[in-house]
Design a protein around this ligand. Structure first.
Ligand code: IMP
Ligand code: MG
Length: 178
């Protein structure tokens, strides 16, 4: 039997709040006035809620929608195939889309969502993730906007889960002992 799982705080709610304000400022300076913000559920729901309010504070008023993707892999690794569980309702053809996800790890989820938006006729697809785990990795796709570089550990909180738990933590923590 291993040690009980414990949480090692990584990004505090204060750090997240000020980073999101800066991220929204960067996005406001890059995106056109009209675009669709599409959050990839479930992991991004809290990040998206805060980011979209920060975008509003910076004068933007995007259409907001959600898509649900599932990645079937083993345990805490994300090597799997991605499938679409719920599509967006908002009109995408000919428009700019900002995809919002929690973590860029292998990049499969965001690549799938991007290809899906392009197939629906999006004029341009931009990507924004809270955490980028791929910083030290070559060949991985990058996000246009990223909140923080994340170490190669399994993290939870601020919307992110382990077996559906921990999503409600107001900060991001490394889950140890699982
Ligand atoms: P990718 O498709 O390999 O880029 O994986 C991205 C998805 O895997 C994210 O949207 C998360 O849902 C999940 N994921 C990857 N790493 C973690 C983690 O450390 N904690 C929780 N979920 C993770
Ligand atoms: Mg996810």
């Amino acid at each position: 039997m291993g040690d009980a799982a414990h949480l090692e705080p990584l990004f505090t709610s204060d750090a997240i709040e000020s980073r999101l304000d800066r991220l929204a400022y960067e996005i406001a300076g890059t995106m056109p006035k009209d675009f669709a913000a599409v959050a990839i559920l479930k992991g991004s729901f809290i990040f998206a809620a805060d980011l979209i309010r920060a975008l509003t504070a910076h004068g933007l008023n995007p259409d907001v929608d959600f898509m649900t993707l599932a990645s079937y892999g083993l345990g805490t690794s994300s090597s799997g195939t991605v499938s679409l569980l719920r599509d967006v309702e908002v009109e995408v053809a000919g428009r700019h889309v900002l995809l919002i996800d929690d973590i860029l790890d292998s990049g499969r989820t965001v690549a799938f969502a991007k290809a899906h938006m392009k197939a629906k006729g999006a004029a341009a697809v931009h990507t924004c993730v809270l955490l980028d785990k791929t910083s030290g990795r070559s060949g991985a796709s990058r996000a246009d906007f990223a909140g923080f570089a994340c170490p190669p550990a399994f993290v939870v909180g601020y919307g992110m889960d382990h077996a559906h738990k921990y999503r409600g933590l107001p900060f991001v923590a490394i889950l140890k002992g699982e």
